[in-house]
Design a protein around this ligand. Structure first.
Ligand code: HEC
Length: 292
């Protein structure tokens, strides 16, 4: 091929390839931006979508929430659950002092170099609950629905009202259409299956843990959080919802303690590629300037 032919070929392909490359680039960017990560139905019930400070490309962890969340995890979850990939010392990453970390570790009979292991051994847990409570280090990444799911199950237990309803409906051992409607809206159950609803109410009335969002609804974990269950020292109100938000934030951190570094590196890489693209384009125009 001589120079003239190369030039012709270039002109021929230029328009088409530039156009398709641009389309591909924007399509890829769109996919990255809009691909949904939340709002997954679990056991047929849609998960309420939460706003997390750490979501998205520029999301950041809130250190105060992480500190509170670690406290909730240690005081309200570690009786049964471990976070075996996290060491007490790592809690300093979001603002605990060395002295505080030492006190937290000692409260669990550990040193700051130890992992966050549960005091309950696996056999005792199996005897008590029928299953071993899963390690929580990676739990928000391991479940469909991610943080929204973890938050939903922590706050999705039957309320005292729901339990009263279950007991009332089961007192005459059958369920009327009216009651079915009431139960369906209170518990998020499918009212087209009256037998199933009656079965659920029977188990609730017998004291099993109903959870709106846990697949199958019956959960071996007793409700772990309630209003005021953990005393905060930073003045934040300690409602059940707040405790759940904070502990889920902490669990998201535990699943990826280096997330902030990853995101800031990602943004730098994108900026670098952007600048590089502009420079390469300028170079290309200069090289081909003679031909156009
Ligand atoms: C009294 C013991 C106990 C406490 C306290 C407890 N859990 Fe659990 N947890 C369990 C058991 C048992 C299971 C397994 C349940 C099952 O599979 O039915 C479980 C399961 C879970 C799961 C997994 C759910 C799934 O989809 O498989 C998560 C998430 C969880 N717990 C979070 C927590 C958090 C967060 C806390 C603290 C706020 C906590 N748990 C406190 C006993 C406990």
């Amino acid at each position: 091929m001589n120079y003239q032919q190369v030039v012709q070929l270039h002109r021929f392909t230029k328009q088409a390839s530039l156009r398709s490359a641009t389309v591909l680039f924007f399509a890829a960017m769109l996919l990255v931006v809009v691909l949904p990560r939340g709002a997954v139905a679990s056991g047929g019930v849609a998960l309420p979508k939460q706003n997390w400070s750490f979501a998205g490309m520029f999301g950041q962890f809130d250190n105060a929430a992480l500190k509170r969340g670690a406290q909730v995890a240690i005081q309200a979850c570690m009786t049964c659950h471990s976070l075996k990939y996290i060491k007490f010392d790592q809690l300093r990453q979001f603002g605990y002092t060395e002295i505080e970390v030492k006190a937290l570790a000692e409260s669990q009979g550990r040193t700051k170099k130890d992992a966050l292991l549960s005091g309950m051994d696996a056999n005792a847990a199996k005897d008590a609950f029928g299953v071993v409570p899963p390690d929580l280090s990676l739990i928000t990444k391991a479940r469909k629905g991610y943080e929204d799911y973890t938050f939903a199950i922590l706050t999705g237990y039957a309320s005292a009202n729901d339990l009263a309803l279950a007991t009332r409906v089961m007192a005459d051992d059958k369920i009327s259409d009216e009651e079915a409607k009431e139960v369906a809206s209170a518990l998020g159950l499918d009212m087209h299956h009256l037998d199933k609803m009656a079965e659920v109410l029977k188990r609730m009335a017998a004291g099993e843990n109903f959870n709106r969002y846990f697949p199958g609804h019956f959960f071996a974990m007793p409700q772990p959080l309630s209003d005021g269950a953990v005393a905060y020292t930073d003045g934040t109100e300690n409602s059940k919802i707040q405790l759940a938000r904070d502990v889920v934030t902490f669990l998201a951190w535990a699943g990826e303690p280096t997330m902030m570094e990853r995101k800031s590196l990602g943004v730098k890489v994108l900026l670098y590629l952007f600048v590089l693209t502009i420079m390469m384009y300028a170079v290309k125009r200069r090289i081909w300037a003679r031909v156009h």
